[in-house]
Design a protein around this ligand. Structure first.
Ligand code: PBG
Length: 321
């Protein structure tokens, strides 16, 4: 059949279009990042992320309550600890910032899905995601530490742990540590295909996780590669990942698509800090309509194949969904 019998525009009428939406975005698809800072007593706006705040522990609990009311169910917590050292001890301190936060949130909001970022960079003096010796980021000595962090988070109430450091074998190390400690039911969402991206700039200010030397290219992926992302995902799935993540999201829709097509497993995509800040900056200048742009970006990420989207726009967009 062809024109004039076939007319694509018939189904584009206002009344009909909503019936045929192939992609639907809902608040349940979103994971809201929360920065908890142990060193502050009132919310502190992050200069490079207008409208986003570092929160004291009580503020984080309150934030979860407000977001739940808007229909968001899942939260990922990043901590800014009261002390840092060479190996990131404050990350696996049972009285650390994340552990304290989880216990409080859990008490008030049993139904919230609590996810934790498992990494060293916010907790080490050098700001790298692994143990450092002679300016080299060491893989294997980092693994038991990641296991300890995950177990400590699980003890405090994490439902899902999310290793983000791109160390080889991190998923296996964490799965084993969790299982040995009776946390077989805690899931792993691995930052599987995490690129060495310039889009993370604002986050490093937000989480105080800038690094003292070098860059993250010895462990995060080369932006030029996509077959490599499939290998990373395959390995993480073999090691026991329950959900795999692609990060960043918007400039990496092709990767999301390939991962979903090939593996048919739950895929999360991280709409990162730089993507958020670009939208905010353009909106502030009046160059685009923020709400529409945010909606379109998130729909695009979902259409590409993401089941879940980590986004700093979560709360504002949940209001209009
Ligand atoms: C920590 C981590 C980073 C992000 C999430 N977890 C920063 C990095 O790897 O440098 C970035 C998130 C964002 O930019 O929104 N490993």
């Amino acid at each position: 059949m062809e024109f004039p019998k076939l007319r694509m525009r018939r189904l584009r009428k206002d009344k009909i279009r909503p019936l045929l939406k192939e992609t639907k975005l809902s608040a349940e698809d979103l994971i809201m990042p929360i920065f908890v800072d142990e060193n502050i007593s009132s919310p502190k706006e992050i200069p490079s992320m207008p409208g986003y705040f570092r929160l004291p522990i009580d503020g984080a609990v309150k934030e979860v309550g407000e977001a739940l009311e808007k229909g968001i169910r899942a939260f990922i917590f990043f901590g800014i600890p009261s002390y840092k050292d060479e190996i990131g001890s404050s990350a696996f301190d049972d009285n650390g910032v994340i552990q304290k936060t989880l216990r409080k949130v859990k008490k008030d909001y049993e139904d919230a899905v609590l996810i934790t970022d498992v990494c060293l960079c916010e907790y080490t003096t050098h700001g790298h995601c692994g143990v450092v010796k002679d300016k080299v980021i060491l893989n294997d000595p980092t693994l038991p530490i990641l296991g300890k962090i995950a177990v400590s988070h699980a003890k405090a109430g994490a439902d899902i742990v999310a290793p983000s450091g791109m160390m080889d074998g991190m998923v296996k190390a964490i799965r084993e540590a969790l299982d040995e400690n009776g946390f077989e039911d805690v899931a792993i969402m691995s930052y599987s295909a995490k690129y060495a991206s310039s889009f993370y700039g604002p986050f490093r200010e937000a989480a105080e996780s800038g690094y003292a030397f070098g860059d993250r290219k010895s462990y995060q992926m080369d932006i030029h590669n996509s077959d490599e992302a499939l290998r990373e995902v395959e390995l993480d799935l073999k090691e026991g990942a329950d959900i795999v993540m692609v990060k960043p999201a918007l400039a990496y829709l092709d990767i999301i698509w390939r991962v979903k097509e090939k593996f048919k497993v739950p895929v999360a995509a991280y709409n990162v800090s730089g993507e958020y800040s670009m939208v905010k900056a353009a909106a502030k200048l009046g160059f685009l309509k923020e709400e529409d742009i945010v909606y379109e970006i998130l729909v695009s990420i979902k259409r590409a194949g993401a089941d879940l989207i980590l986004t700093y726009h979560a709360k504002e967009i949940a209001e209009v969904l």
